[in-house]
Design a protein around this ligand. Structure first.
Ligand code: NAD
Length: 253
């Protein structure tokens, strides 16, 4: 059966394990015919990827903490596989101390680290990925509605997501004349490794589930379906935008 991503080569960044949103996206992209290249942060996570991915899935290490790593990753992808058609960026991080209190308690180092990994990295990724991306390419990232509201417990990550969403708009403008689109998916809360770093994440997940229109949280494959749409030519008129995939939580909060 023909898929909407037949013939497209897409880089997926941020699979930590089979619960990762990036994994739901990678599976959906593969199901739609894409060749998926996975990037992982470190060797420990590589072992996880090897356990869950179809044999032969290309994998490359990329810790986004340094620009040179991002540059080398996309150079290596070009060298080994050729040009790409898309990138799914599903990366965020803040240290425990920074996530343990309100924004009022956030210190400079923790602030900078969260912004660096969770928001700035999209700029570095877009810069180096766009150099090897075909016209009509697509970049998408993952955000959360804590960017525009003061959600209990989300705190510093909400500040970083606000910056990430602004990055999406400016990058969409900057890459428009290369025919490359940049968008964000605002996902509902799902229990993943990243979420368990948030203090009182149990309450956050429960509150979010209650606010869905049908009382059931969104899952990683529903987010993956939207990622596939955004990577495909079906969404060629959408850029600099944000699509909620949260089963209506943002309507009811
Ligand atoms: P996850 O823990 O499965 O994924 C987070 C990924 O970020 C991991 O693969 C980790 O290796 C990667 N990462 C962190 N620091 C990195 C670095 N320096 N270099 C490279 N990679 C690094 O959790 P997830 O919930 O699937 O998170 C994916 C994205 O979705 C994040 O941006 C997150 O904020 C966003 N998001 C999550 C939810 C949710 O409820 N889980 C909701 C909305 C948005």
């Amino acid at each position: 059966m023909a898929g909407i991503l037949d013939g497209k080569r897409i880089v997926v960044m941020g699979v930590a394990n089979r619960r990762s949103i990036a994994w739901g996206c990678a599976k959906s992209l593969m199901d739609q015919g894409a060749q998926v290249i996975l990037t992982y942060q470190n060797d420990r996570l590589k072992r996880q990827l090897e356990k869950i991915s179809p044999e032969g899935t290309p994998m490359i290490q990329c810790d986004v903490a340094e620009d040179v790593n991002v540059e080398n990753t996309f150079n290596k992808i070009k060298e080994d596989y050729g040009n790409i058609d898309g990138v799914l960026h599903a990366i965020a991080y803040a240290d425990k101390k920074t996530l343990s209190g309100g924004v009022i308690d956030v210190e400079k180092d923790g602030y900078n680290l969260a912004q660096d990994i969770s928001a700035y990295s999209l700029i570095a990724v877009s810069r180096y990925a766009s150099r090897i991306m075909n016209e009509g390419g697509s970049i998408a990232t993952l955000t959360y509605m804590g960017s525009t509201r003061a959600i209990p417990s989300y705190n510093m990550m909400g500040v970083a997501k606000a910056a990430l969403e602004a990055n999406v708009r400016y990058l969409a403008r900057d890459l428009g004349d290369k025919g490359i689109r940049v968008n964000a998916i605002s996902a509902g809360a799902i229990k993943t490794l990243a979420v368990t770093g948030i203090k009182n994440h149990g309450d956050l997940l429960k509150e979010s589930e209650i606010r869905t229109v049908d009382g059931k949280s969104v899952d990683i494959f529903q987010i993956g379906g939207t990622a596939a749409f955004l990577m495909s030519d079906l969404s060629s008129g959408i850029t600099g935008d944000l699509i909620y995939v949260d089963k209506g939580v943002h309507l009811l909060s």
